[in-house]
Write a protein that binds this ligand. Structure first.
Ligand code: ATP
Ligand code: FE
Ligand code: MG
Length: 337
């Protein structure tokens, strides 16, 4: 089963050809980060325009690279939400056009399900499973009793984890998105500030990062006012340690209530080296629990993950028609066979 997948929910235009939801035959991704950097974040209108300019080139790339033709395909998968409406519409329109022109089934895919299924490129997923989903717009613990069923058991009550990285990065004068650079800076520093770990001990699976962000900003501003020079590396290490502590504490708590054989780590922030190291250590203490990390190259937005999730949805008979629309606020719903 070969699926052509489209992803255009935010600032990455990506097209992939995926075999059996587990093998990437080709992927072409055009990033727009440079265009957004001078604004310190993604500008929706600029994003849509870039997607329109890039998507056909990405599509041509994957066919050229593989020598495949539309006849070889079983279905077209596309991200239809959540994300920026104008950005999503470019992928949805392209997918509808090729599905219609070539008489192929259209499979609408939830972007967050895509992030989870990026882990499929590391190992087969066994159910029930629990996913720690940490990205630019989401921070969620998702319990999956079966391969096409998603239950959010906990989520952030304010900022997403990646958003917090990007916002404190801005305070440190780093480029957007700042996650990777903070990760690198943190390696050279120590947790000397002991920032708050919000909700860490609370008996639920929710998160909050706005208090941490405020504490960080207040610390930096106060130092500025009194002319004190703080270590950027220590600031980064302290922030990151606080985030990693809370994420791992809540995940371990969730694992007690939802016993699973596998923990999946996925989303853009899943690229964080400290988070990966910490979860690996915690999982090794829990005998019988495997940690499946999405491969680094598939943590951020990409079409390969949409092809992996799209394959599962396709097998379960999920179909869209020519009325498919972008759903910017799309949430997981329980989908049964
Ligand atoms: P969503 O998937 O919720 O719609 P998004 O698609 O914008 O949001 P992703 O592309 O999944 O988010 O992830 C981007 C985020 O990942 C950014 O906030 C970025 O700073 C963060 N990030 C990337 N690498 C790292 C890292 N090594 N450590 C921490 N954060 C990172
Ligand atoms: Fe994403
Ligand atoms: Mg992105």
């Amino acid at each position: 089963t070969i699926i052509l997948a489209f992803e255009s929910s935010c600032d990455e235009t990506s097209v992939a050809l995926v075999k059996n939801g587990s093998e990437v035959l080709a992927q072409s991704t055009a990033t727009q980060i440079k265009s957004h950097q001078r604004f310190g974040g993604v500008v929706p209108e600029v994003a849509s325009r870039h997607h329109i300019e890039q998507i056909i080139g990405c599509l041509d790339d994957v066919f050229q690279e593989t020598g495949l033709a539309y006849d070889d395909l079983s279905a077209i998968a596309v991200t239809y939400g959540p994300g920026l409406v104008g950005a999503l519409l470019v992928g949805v329109s392209a997918a509808k056009a090729v599905a219609f022109a070539h008489g192929l089934p259209l499979v609408p895919v939830n972007h967050m399900a895509g992030h989870i299924y990026a882990a499929r490129y590391s190992a087969p997923i066994e159910f029930p499973t629990l996913a720690l989903l940490v990205s630019g717009g989401h921070t969620e613990l998702v319990y999956m009793p079966k391969e096409n069923e998603y239950q959010i058991i906990g989520e952030t009550r304010d900022d997403a984890c990646g958003e917090a990285f990007d916002k404190i990065g801005r305070v440190l004068g780093l480029n957007y998105p700042a996650g990777k650079e903070i990760d690198e800076l943190a390696h050279q520093g120590k947790d000397t500030f002991n920032f708050p770990r919000a909700m860490e001990k609370e008996d639920n699976f929710d998160f909050s990062f706005s208090g941490l962000k405020s504490a960080f900003i207040n610390t930096v501003h106060h130092a500025d006012q009194i002319g004190e020079k703080l270590s950027q590396a220590d600031l980064a290490a302290s922030f990151q340690q606080s985030v990693v502590d809370v994420l791992s504490e809540k995940t371990l708590r969730a694992l007690q209530k939802y016993p699973v054989k596998q923990l999946i780590l996925a989303g853009g922030v899943a690229a964080n080296s400290e988070l990966r190291a910490r979860l690996k250590e915690e999982c090794s203490k829990l005998s019988g629990l495997a940690l499946i990390e999405a491969p680094l190259k598939y943590c951020g937005d990409n079409a390969a993950m949409i092809g992996a999730a799209g394959y599962v949805a396709y097998k379960h008979g999920v179909r869209g028609d020519m009325s498919l629309n972008a759903e910017p606020g799309l949430e997981f719903s329980w989908l049964s066979e």
